[in-house]
Design a protein around this ligand. Structure first.
Ligand SMILES: Cc1ncc(COP(=O)(O)O)c(C=O)c1O
Length: 377
């Protein structure tokens, strides 16, 4: 007996694997510093929690429309118009149990056997897996040295169907410039390609400005914008994300959703609505804290002579350890009880790099930096 080809080709998520080993070591009583997790370490704002209770108490505990409750679809469309310059209406929106599921669903609906999907190397772990599960072929495109550009044009073939862009980027922390995104736009329009624009870290930016690809000329008709509540509102476990795309794509995603997960949890959707209504003070505080942590780490890495991609957003630093990254992570975890994620998880050219997530307290970061200095000495 064999499993289906679509899952046979896919490796388990490396980030989840490392954090489960770290959790196991912690259970055994080891003082683990976990710098591997991709989730903010802040409590979900109380107002959002209260709104979920309220929805439950009001009996909003039954099936909702597959695409999501109309109030939330409208609020997302309005946000896209106001904040992102994207002319979306509720017809262009579907809410999903996490942004990850929106990515999976969009890939399953748009990628056929043999279609090529351009991924920038390195990229977040699940894009490649979703392309493979959909039967597509990931095409890795290298970045230039400072991660500001990538020669996508050299990798487009007659089989290319989609380009995936993630800004701010996980694992790089790079915020792509308007010029680079304009180049992606020109290529997509010229070659008639779809673009998946994952903007889940759009509000976690320290330097630079966020641009939504769907707001560029003639891009709304070919862009699937992915976003969600996990990072912006510290709501990873609530599982709420969304896709904004042309109606013909949303309609097909809706069909797939109706036969798979049905919809995100009813009262979680009401919590999402509250999140969009709230002022941004929570986000501002979180971003200020992330920035302070980032600066602390950069200072030490500079002292230690460790190079890294310019971390202008998200909450990761992708650093070059100049030796096998898998081994580095394994030994660092075994010897110093620090969990990082090997660069090999994110693409094909970063075997000597590792990703750290600074979604952990400053005290723990201090501890990490001490152990790092000791480990590399
Ligand atoms: C780039 C990127 N996109 C999407 C996701 C998925 O987020 P969600 O928790 O909404 O599924 C993550 C989570 O780590 C991410 O880093």
């Amino acid at each position: 007996m064999k499993v289906a080809k679509r899952i046979d080709a896919v490796k388990p998520s490396a980030t989840l694997k490392i954090s489960s080993i770290a959790k196991q070591l912690a259970k055994e009583g080891k003082d683990v510093v976990d710098m591997s997790v991709g989730e903010p370490d802040f409590k979900t704002p109380q107002r959002i929690i209260d709104s979920a209770y309220k929805a439950m108490n009001e009996g909003k505990v039954f099936y909702t429309p597959t695409k999501g409750i109309p109030e939330l679809l409208n609020a997302i469309a309005e946000k896209m118009q106001k904040e992102n310059g994207v002319p979306a209406t509720a017809d262009n929106v579907i809410v999903t149990p996490g942004a990850k599921y929106a990515i999976f669903e969009a890939m399953m609906c748009l990628i056929d056997e043999g279609d090529e999907v351009i991924l920038l190397d390195p990229s977040w772990v699940s894009y490649e897996a979703c392309v493979l599960m959909a039967g597509g072929k990931p095409i890795w495109v290298p970045h230039n040295e400072d991660f500001s550009d990538a020669p996508i044009e050299d990798y487009i073939s007659s089989s290319t169907k989609m380009i995936v862009i993630n800004t701010p980027s996980n694992p790089l922390g790079v915020v792509y410039s308007k010029e680079f995104l304009k180049k992606v736009r020109d290529l997509a329009v010229d070659k008639d390609l779809l673009v998946m624009s994952d903007e889940i870290y759009e509000k976690i930016i320290f330097e630079g400005k966020h641009y939504s690809l769907a707001s560029f000329d003639r891009m709304f008709e070919r862009t699937i914008t992915i976003n969600g509540f996990s990072k912006t509102y510290s709501m990873t476990g609530w599982r709420l994300g969304y896709a904004v795309a042309p109606k013909w794509i949303i309609e097909r995603m809706n069909v797939m959703q109706s036969h798979s997960v049905s919809h995100p949890t009813s009262f979680v959707q009401y919590a999402g609505l509250e999140a969009l209504k709230s002022d941004e003070s929570f986000i501002k505080q979180m971003v200020a804290e992330f920035k302070a942590r980032r600066d602390m780490i950069m200072k030490k890495l500079n002292e230690l002579g460790i190079s890294y991609a310019p971390p202008k957003g998200a909450f990761y630093i992708f650093m070059n350890v100049e030796r096998d990254g898998d081994k580095f992570c394994e030994e660092f975890l075994k010897n110093e009880f620090v969990a990082l994620t090997p660069g090999s998880a994110f693409g094909i050219a970063f075997n000597e790099w590792v990703r750290l997530s600074y979604a952990t307290s400053r005290e723990r970061i201090e501890e990490f930096l001490k152990r790092l200095e000791k480990f590399i000495a």
